[in-house]
Design a protein around this ligand. Structure first.
Ligand code: ADP
Ligand code: MG
Ligand code: MG
Length: 890
């Protein structure tokens, strides 16, 4: 092997499209470098190098030399050598994966400082000892924590102690001597935990830091975050080595973050935080209070103006909202990071529509900028403020939604309570990556410090979780398990409500009401009747999705009101009307009579009593869906589901017998329950099998459908019924049912002619594999992907999710439950086969899907690809499916 593998790229050699190789941070640093923006020089070690390292535990051959070469070039550019005692080059070592994982991975600043070069750094900064020792203590702290796993609190305690000794709460009051002493303390902490001295060799520091970044890919919290965000586990992270620029050189220096538009609302303007005399991490960590970015105009107008120019350049270049990290070193602006910024769901719609208005993107592109998951989030309910609930505090609305729960002050407790089914709000002064499990478990997150760019805000937005941060009137006492505000005390377990849109925190439980987007779908508001830019944006983008999509979207609805609501949400018919609920409630009695019938007459009488009830149900549904197809599924579940449970009956019978009472009816029921008991009901007497075994049952249902349709037609309606036979595995089953059904339909049709289609579900794997035969007898197919997944994998849906799916997810056997998102390769292949062979046998065969997958964004794309005619989902998911069907088509 002679060809040398390239593991290291200079910033000038990359670009924004190389995220797979250079990670997001590296690719965008390269892009900014090539745009001529002021980026400190540096280089990127590729994700491939990381993958190779993680696979073998060794740096791949050639990597060390390539790092040498690039480091030498960097030294030449800067005219300094790494860690040179007289004039040290310092670098940061920064992780950066393909997908941004905020705060998940590690970064070490000031690499190259040691006991000697600290003096050189000071001298080069004009004898600024304070700055040099501040930088050195930061290096030991970050290096100790992230490279050598020294508990971070120990450093923090030592820092707090130094401030206390000085009688101050502000780190800026520590002078050079204090910081020199602190470095001594830090070194002791370091050697106590690592059993070695803090490494003095700059190159060793660099190598260890690079390894630590590689290793951080597999840190627990990174693994957890990836699972949550469905980021593949094998991508690895890149490592960026960047020449340091210093925001902690004095009051003419500083560091900040900025967004080109408001990531919470999409409004245009200047959004960001600035902190003078500080280094990078201080802003997000909330060490000191930042000032709004606008104030930089007063502090350093030249840098401010340049920053605004650069932000405009970046927005124009990326054609999207960008977020930015920058540092000012003695009046000189440096760009340290940019990326297309995360944003709330509302902002995603508003910004996409704005960019269309500004002529920057077209409507197809706008569709790609939003997702069904975001739309689903916008349909969350909001607080009803009619009762003027008591506002405890107001913070920054960092991630929208209305969350109600018990206040809890640590992550572990949040997880415990959530496991017991309690809704909780995690309340913290600020969050850090260790809080992630609690953040996932909580309904909402509330912090007293930090702004829109704090850890809590960024992570919550990514998870779509309600978050209010920086509610600084709260005195959060984590140890005491309480917070106080304006004379009130809220203890662990007290109910609070937090509004992630307005930033308001309320005492007790506040009622919730439908969101503006739901009211728009309901037709209560229109873009004409409201000023809300979100309604206008959603209207615009949904209209384009509807025009673009090929898939029709139907709903699963069993009642008139559900059908009506789904229709307002844009449903174009019913894809699944389950008939079993029509057998519950008062009607259970009739079903019992049917099951217990000993003679034909008894059975006929029971069916005759059910017929008008079913017919009335169908009349109502056909009325609500007038002019649109309604697929009615004949009864599916095993009949014993309609009988009382065995134990209960047995006790009743025993008690009655002991008392000498007449228990004949319960005895008969008990016998029936025993007779019908199944070990495996899911694979037992259900679906078409019931229809073939219980005489007259399907016939009654078919008659109810046909007569209901006739009645609607007589009343001037336009009913479009489709009769669907469940659980068919062989064409013969369908043929038998169909022959009987057609006879009944023909009888009814003599009075009133309504066309009624007869088709089948494809949910037994054998049906998918013999779809060509089945299509001869079926006028349509509808995939029941829940059962198809259940039987395709052999997973009992009701049992496996809680039992072992967590382990499968942990092991990466699948990244998401196949019941949630369709398994493309396996179950999806059954779908493909059935579509192709069904259409080959019967050209133009209408094919849809009615499993839960019909409302899952990923699955909708799959169903579009395989050429289905429609998806059907619960009423609330209909808008999501419409949007995703549109996105799939452009
Ligand atoms: P994260 O991905 O957690 O934001 P970063 O790698 O961006 O981590 O770095 C953490 C902080 O350190 C950021 O605020 C960043 O701007 C700052 N930083 C990184 N590299 C440098 C550098 N070379 N000079 C000055 N500040 C830096
Ligand atoms: Mg960063
Ligand atoms: Mg089924």
């Amino acid at each position: 092997e002679t060809a040398k593998h390239t593991y290291v790229y200079d910033f000038a050699e990359g670009n924004k499209d190389l995220k797979d190789l250079l990670g997001g941070k590296g690719a965008n640093l390269a892009e900014m470098t090539n745009l001529g923006l002021p980026v400190p020089p540096g280089f990127t070690i590729t994700t491939e190098a990381c993958q190779a390292y993680l696979a073998t535990g060794e740096q791949p051959a050639g990597l060390a030399e390539q790092i040498d070469t690039h480091l030498a070039a960097l030294e030449a550019t800067r005219g300094k050598r790494l860690g040179d005692p007289a004039d040290p080059l310092l670098v940061s070592v920064r992780s950066g994966a393909k997908f941004s994982m905020p705060g998940m991975m590690e970064t070490v600043l000031n690499v190259g400082l040691n006991d000697e070069s600290v003096a050189g750094l000071s001298a080069q900064a004009g004898g600024n000892d304070r700055f040099a020792w501040d930088s050195y203590r930061r290096l030991i702290q970050m290096f100790g924590k992230t490279v050598c796993e020294v508990p971070g609190e120990e450093f923090e305690h030592a820092l707090d102690e130094a401030k206390r000794a000085k009688g101050t709460g502000n780190d800026l009051d520590l002078d050079a001597d204090d910081l020199r002493a602190l470095v001594g303390t830090y070194k002791k902490i370091f050697s106590k935990h690592t059993g070695r001295e803090f490494p003095q060799d700059p190159r060793e520091q660099l190598d260890l830091a690079i390894r630590a970044v590689f290793d951080s890919w597999n840190a627990d919290r990174a693994v957890l975050y990836r699972r949550q965000e469905r980021i593949p586990a094998d991508l690895g992270t890149a490592v960026n080595v960047v020449a340091m620029v210093f925001g902690n050189l004095g009051s003419d220096s500083g560091t900040g973050v900025a967004f080109t538009r408001d990531p919470a609302t999409g409004a245009q303007g200047i959004y960001g935080d600035y902190l003078a005399n500080a280094q990078g991490e201080d802003v997000v960590a909330g060490i000191r209070n930042t000032v709004p970015l606008q104030e930089l105009e007063r502090i350093d107008k030249r840098s401010y103006d340049e920053l605004l120019r650069i932000m405009a350049t970046l927005e124009g270049h990326y054609r999207d909202l960008c977020d930015i990290e920058f540092t000012i070193e003695r009046g000189k602006l440096w760009m340290l990071q940019t990326r297309v910024g995360k944003r709330t769901a509302a902002a995603a719609f508003i910004i996409a529509a704005q960019l269309v208005d500004e002529g920057i993107i077209d409507l197809d592109e706008a569709l790609h900028r939003v997702t069904g998951a975001q739309l689903a989030q916008l349909m969350f309910p909001r607080f009803d403020l009619g009762g003027a609930p008591e506002v405890l505090a107001k913070g920054v609305g960092a991630s929208p939604g209305a969350a109600v729960g018990k206040a809890v002050f640590d992550s572990q407790r949040a997880v415990e309570l959530a496991k017991q089914g309690e809704p909780v709000i995690l309340v913290r002064r600020e969050t850090n990556p260790d809080d992630l499990p609690g953040m996932i478990a909580a309904q909402g997150i509330l912090t007293s410090r930090g702004g829109k760019t704090s850890h809590a805000a960024v992570v919550a937005r990514g998870m779509g979780k309600t978050c209010v941060c920086g509610a600084d009137s709260l005195e959060v006492d984590v140890r005491g398990g309480q917070f106080t505000v304006g004379g009130h005390t809220v203890r662990e377990g007290d109910m609070i409500s937090v509004d992630g849109t307005t930033g308001c925190v309320y005492r007790d439980k506040v009622q919730v009401q439908p969101s503006a987007v739901v009211r728009y779908f309901e037709g209560d508001v229109t873009p004409e009747t409201t000023e809300d830019p979100l309604v206008a944006a959603v209207h615009r983008i949904m209209s384009h999705a509807d025009a673009a999509r090929r898939l029709r979207v139907r709903t699963n609805a069993d009642t008139g009101p559900d059908a009506a609501r789904a229709r307002r949400f844009g449903a174009e018919g019913i894809g699944l009307c389950r008939t079993e609920h029509m057998f519950l409630g008062d009607r259970r009695e009739l079903v019992e009579r049917l099951i217990l019938a000993r003679t034909d007459e008894e059975r006929q009488a029971a069916l005759a009593a059910l017929l008008p009830l079913q017919r009335a149900d169908f009349v109502e549904i056909f009325r609500e869906m007038d002019g649109l197809p309604v697929t009615v599924r004949l009864i599916d579940p095993p009949l014993h589901e309609f009988l009382p449970p065995l134990e209960e009956l047995a006790v009743n019978v025993a008690v009655a017998q002991a008392r000498g009472e007449d228990a004949a009816k319960d005895e008969a029921l008990l016998a029936a329950v025993r007779r019908m008991h199944e070990q495996n009901p899911m694979l037992g007497l259900r679906g078409v099998r019931l229809g073939l075994v219980i005489p007259g049952l399907f016939a009654m249902q078919v008659r109810a459908i046909a007569e209901a349709a006739a009645e609607r037609a007589r009343d001037g309606g336009d009913p479009r019924p489709e009769i669907m036979v469940p659980l068919v595995g062989a064409v013969q089953e369908l043929e038998t049912v169909r022959a009987e059904a057609e006879k009944i339909i023909a009888e009814v049709r003599r009075e009133q002619s309504v066309e009624i289609l007869i088709g089948t579900m494809i949910e037994v794997p054998r049906a998918a594999l013999t779809a060509g035969q089945i299509a001869e007898a079926a006028q349509f197919f509808s995939f029941g992907t829940n059962d198809l997944t259940q039987m395709g994998w052999g997973f009992s849906r009701d049992d496996v999710e809680g039992a072992f799916f967590w382990r499968y997810l942990e092991l990466g056997i699948f990244g998401i439950s196949p019941f949630e998102s369709i398994d493309r390769e396996g179950v999806g292949r059954l779908v493909r086969i059935a579509v192709d062979e069904g259409r080959a046998a019967r050209p133009g065969l209408k094919v849809g899907v009615c499993g839960e997958h019909g409302g899952d964004p990923e699955s909708v794309h799959f169903f579009h690809e395989v050429g289905l005619d429609y998806v059907s989902c619960s009423p609330f998911r209909v808008p999501v499916a419409r949007l995703e069907a549109g996105r799939a088509a452009v």
